[in-house]
Design a protein around this ligand. Structure first.
Ligand SMILES: Nc1ncnc2c1ncn2[C@@H]1O[C@H](COP(=O)(O)OP(=O)(O)O)[C@@H](O)[C@H]1O
Ligand code: SF4
Ligand SMILES: [Mg+2]
Length: 349
């Protein structure tokens, strides 16, 4: 049984709406309750036919966030509040039964996890993964199913002979291509990809990224594309969200974000990118990412921020729209507060 589908959205209409989502790891540690606030009050929208990128350093909560969106979170990672709504479901994804979720996965929503071996069964030939995941959704007779799988592989420039291979017989890049073929064979409306090319060398990475773009254009699906690699975002994504310590701190169309970053953390991420001919030393961000079981009060970035003001230590900035389609959570970017406002930092005065 499927989660009841609603009408298909037109290009530009939202496919995913996440509203004030909080998801915490809730554990007992030597008898004491401990909460890691990995996803803390995130709201965002992904439209039809767009690639939305999510960036941020390691441990900023990217994987926890997308696991929660896909309802692939398991205890101790629990949804504390907020909602996750897809256009092809008539209710919050967390309100679906396990049966309805199974009917939604692969057909409407695919999740390409970090490391293809999570999906491919290591002791069975690749063809069995296609049969297990795709045949319940495609409702084709055996011969037709085989034909459809081979045609899909060919469209993605893969030889049908990979179906007879065991995962360990393929290179890392080839395995990731097979995983993407598996994730797209049912033409899902929404694809979530978590660091899909991080483990691959640069040349192979380029091929796999090209393949994802090609198939997205062809199918018109939406992709939530997660990587810490800003150079990949610059080449792949239409819009980009920056996560820091469990929160979304900036969001804009990718070109606008690179041309006009408003959050000090985003500026740091962009300035750290290597540029041809630039041999100047890159300044590392001082300090370490905060402990998410006891995050700093106010703006979570304030202990590392060169622009921190008094207000930043007391209050958490809201994500506010400061330019068309450009949201940022930073007092220094707000015209009412700084850096020309009354609470300007000593360094910027
Ligand atoms: N199974 C877990 N139990 C407790 N804390 C976890 C677990 N997995 C991740 N975390 C914590 O959640 C935070 C976010 O991690 P994660 O979502 O993996 O970030 P990212 O994908 O950006 O690297 C980190 O502080 C991490 O230590
Ligand atoms: S709100 Fe304050 S501490 Fe946070 S990023 Fe902006 S200036 Fe820095
Ligand atoms: Mg991760």
């Amino acid at each position: 049984m499927s989660g009841p589908s609603t009408r298909a959205p037109r290009a530009g209409e939202p496919v995913l709406i996440v509203d004030r989502l909080r998801a915490y790891y809730q554990m007992k540690y030597f008898g004491i309750d401990r909460e890691v606030k990995a996803v803390d009050d995130i709201s965002l929208t992904v439209n039809r036919n767009e690639i939305y990128g999510l960036a941020g350093e390691s441990s900023s909560g990217k994987t926890s966030f997308i696991k929660t969106i896909a309802a692939a979170n398991r205890p101790p990672l629990n949804v504390v509040s907020g909602s996750v709504r897809f256009s092809f479901l008539d209710r919050d994804i967390h309100a679906l039964s396990q049966e309805q979720l199974a009917a939604t996965r692969w057909k409407h929503l695919s999740y390409i996890m970090q490391g293809s071996m999570n999906v491919l069964n290591p002791v069975r030939r690749i063809v069995h993964s296609f049969v297990d995941f795709a045949s319940p959704h495609l409702s084709l007779r055996k011969g037709d199913f085989q034909f459809a799988v081979e045609a899909h592989l060919k469209r993605l420039h893969l030889e049908p002979s990979v179906l007879r291979a065991y995962p360990h017989e393929l290179s890392g890049g080839m395995r990731q291509r097979v995983t993407i073929a598996l994730a797209t064979i049912c033409k899902p409306e929404f694809i979530i990809a978590d660091e899909p090319t991080t483990a691959l060398d640069v040349v192979v990475q380029k091929g796999v990224l090209g393949m994802i773009r090609e198939i997205q254009r062809e199918m018109g699906s939406s992709i939530l594309f997660v990587t810490h690699d800003m150079a990949v975002h610059a080449n792949m994504t239409d819009r980009l969200g920056i996560m820091y310590a469990g929160r979304l701190v900036e969001e804009a169309p990718t070109a606008e974000l690179f041309a006009n970053p408003l959050h000090p953390y985003t500026r740091h991420l962009i300035q750290s990118l290597p540029r041809i001919g630039d041999t100047s030393p890159k300044k590392a961000l001082e300090g370490t990412p905060p402990n998410l079981s006891a995050p700093p009060p106010g703006c979570r970035f304030h202990p590392r921020c060169p622009l921190a003001m008094d207000i930043c230590r007391r209050e958490a900035p809201e994500l506010a729209t400061l330019r068309p389609g450009h949201r940022v959570a930073c007092f220094a970017a707000s015209p009412a507060v700084g850096p020309t406002g009354s609470d300007a930092p000593a360094e910027a005065a």
